[in-house]
Design a protein. Structure first.
Length: 517
RNA sequence: GGCCAGUUCGUCUAACGGUUAGGACUCAAGAUUUUCAUUCUUGCAAUAGGGGUUCGAUUCCCCUACUGGCUACCA
């Protein structure tokens, strides 16, 4: 049998910024497509005119772009309208708002076939029924029983229906859930799932207020037209899978029905519920790939702005709800493509762990060359008013690289390379400052002044030679010198620090310590 | 409430009927070191509970509990 070429889509709706769970869904789609030499399509599902947020689509494309997840087909970064089909975009357009005209005929076809019907309930009436049911501790279901009692095209003549539609815009098209059937579905991750149609309600396919299809209709029609072979989406869609199966049946598209894979949700780091947009600020970590300012002007930080490398971000979300079955944890995008399979996607939700996220970034930071990190650190130094020569900055980075997880953490740990100490650690002073200390510092100045090359190993040798010769204590001397040049009890080796500072600065700092300690 | 799905160390996860239940993050201890960090070594820590099936259950089945999702003219 000839296997169909794999075609997957990521189909977000532009109602706000994509959060990391959404990015992960996109990533899984992308990995699956690449792995099978297929096509990854980006489609924008903007049928909800009420929740549409300007800028959200641009955010989505930019976020994917930052992650290195490039769609081959569909809506591309930059947002240009691809309205006519081309070789690269054979099923254009890819925004549902640009495809409006197309859905109506499918809705009408279902009505004509008896799989759907016009309903005339008002929003208020339904709301009332729902709240009444809720008060009785029940749930209102728009099911076969209700269907019989209310005004709709099923219990009206064709003329009456036509009349009513003509007179008012207040009609919707609902799917007619068949009675007494069991829908047997298959999910690539969860296996077989069965559900009785009696528990399903007649979902709206066509909305009255904006004259657009709902997600369910548009999604199925587009997946069919765009020849999608695999639908990889979040677990929150599992409950509508039976509807979607029934829709494929009603259209007679069983053969073209894609395979479904519902990926587990990302959960809050602690407490209840799925990861939501608000968690980030509360817990002190980003939930968005990129910074986002909502229309009300409220800002939420992003992984990019928090100093994460895109590779680290992609790596960490890939391992939430999926694992390769080996002990490898660090993966490039290419390696992920090779290793990925839907079979190894977990069924249960994954709690996001900010500490592990930090660890991932640390791993990627260490892989970077000092010169690369320097590029990122120099702007931070500039902000602090430091104009150091690149050779020195690169040396600092090399020395401090394995002490930080983020580039922005360099400053707090290495400012003393650029600014001489203005205060000295009290604890250290107590421990190492004695009556002989000034004398010791003067000697050190003399010894170091004679040090020819002033390179770390030479400084180290010179100092140890002097310490041994004078029968001084290594810890005592080194810590005293550290106190003088750094002012605090942390950092790389004293000789290394002196190397970076250079002879002049080192001696200056020692001299200054003589009067300031 | 109803429907669906899930449940292995605190967290992410491995083990697809037979393991001293493995790894990673975090934490703790030790070694190295002039300090701090790195590095290395070691340690703490889990199969939700109860029934079956089986010579043998983390693994298969059932019940309970808990968790998550859905229950819109939102996606």
């Amino acid at each position: 049998m000839q296997e169909k070429k794999v075609r997957v889509r990521f189909a977000p709706s532009p109602t706000g910024p994509l959060h990391m769970g959404g990015v992960r869904t996109a990533l899984f789609n992308y990995l699956f497509a690449k792995k099978h030499n297929g096509t990854f399509v980006l489609r924008i599902e903007d049928t909800d005119t009420r929740r549409f947020v300007p800028g959200a689509e641009a955010y989505i494309t930019e976020a994917l772009d930052w992650c290195g997840i490039f769609p081959q087909e569909g809506v591309l970064p930059g947002g240009q309208v691809v309205s006519t089909p081309s070789e690269q975009h054979p099923f254009a357009p890819y925004r549902q708002s640009e495809r409006k005209e197309l859905y109506k005929e499918y809705a009408l076809r279902l009505v004509a076939q008896g799989n759907a019907y016009y309903a005339f309930d008002t929003q208020e009436a339904l709301d009332r029924l729902r709240s009444e049911a809720e008060q009785r501790g029940e749930a209102f279901v728009y099911d076969s029983q209700f269907r019989e009692k209310t005004a709709n095209s099923l219990n009206m003549t064709a003329e009456e229906t036509a009349e009513k539609i003509k007179k008012s815009d207040n009609w919707v098209i609902r799917f007619h859930i068949p009675e007494g059937k069991t829908v047997v579905m298959n999910d690539l991750i969860r296996g077989e799932i069965q559900i009785k149609t009696a528990t399903l309600d007649d979902k709206v396919l066509w909305k009255a207020h904006d004259g657009l299809p709902t997600y369910h209709l548009a999604n199925i029609v587009d997946d069919y037209l765009m020849q999608i072979t695999h639908v990889i989406r979040g677990e929150e869609w599992l409950p509508s899978l039976p509807l979607h199966y029934l829709l494929y049946d009603a259209f007679g598209w069983q053969e073209q029905r894609p395979q479904f894979a519902h990926v587990p949700l990302l959960l809050k780091p602690s407490g209840k519920g799925k990861l939501s947009k608000r968690d980030g600020d509360k817990m002190g970590f980003p939930v968005f790939p990129l910074e986002w300012t909502d229309p009300q002007g409220e800002k939420a930080t992003g992984y990019r702005e928090s100093g994460y490398f895109p590779e680290a971000f992609v790596n960490l979300i890939a391992l939430l709800g999926w694992n390769p079955g080996t002990e490898q944890e660090i993966f490039s995008l290419e390696e992920l493509v090779q290793a990925f399979s839907l079979e190894r996607v977990l069924k249960s939700g994954a709690r996001f762990n900010p500490e592990k996220a930090r660890w991932f970034n640390e791993q990627y930071l260490r892989k970077r060359f000092p010169a690369q990190l320097m590029e990122l650190f120099i702007p931070i130094l500039k902000e602090k008013g430091i104009e150091a020569d690149t050779e020195k900055v690169e040396k600092v980075i090399s020395l401090m690289k394995n002490r930080v997880a983020f580039v922005h953490e360099f400053w707090d740990l290495s400012y003393y390379f650029f600014i001489p100490p203005s205060e000295y650690d009290e604890g250290m002073k107590k421990k190492f400052y004695t009556a002989e200390t000034p004398q010791l510092i003067r000697q050190a100045i003399d010894v170091l002044a004679l040090c020819a090359s002033f390179e770390a190993t030479d400084i180290g040798n010179t100092l140890t030679h002097w310490i041994k010769e004078k029968q001084l204590k290594m810890g005592q001397v080194m810590n005293t010198l550290r106190l003088c040049i750094v002012g605090k009890p942390t950092g790389p080796g004293v000789a290394e620090i002196m190397d970076v500072l250079g002879k002049k600065d080192t001696l200056d700092r020692l001299t200054r310590a003589l009067t300031q300690l």
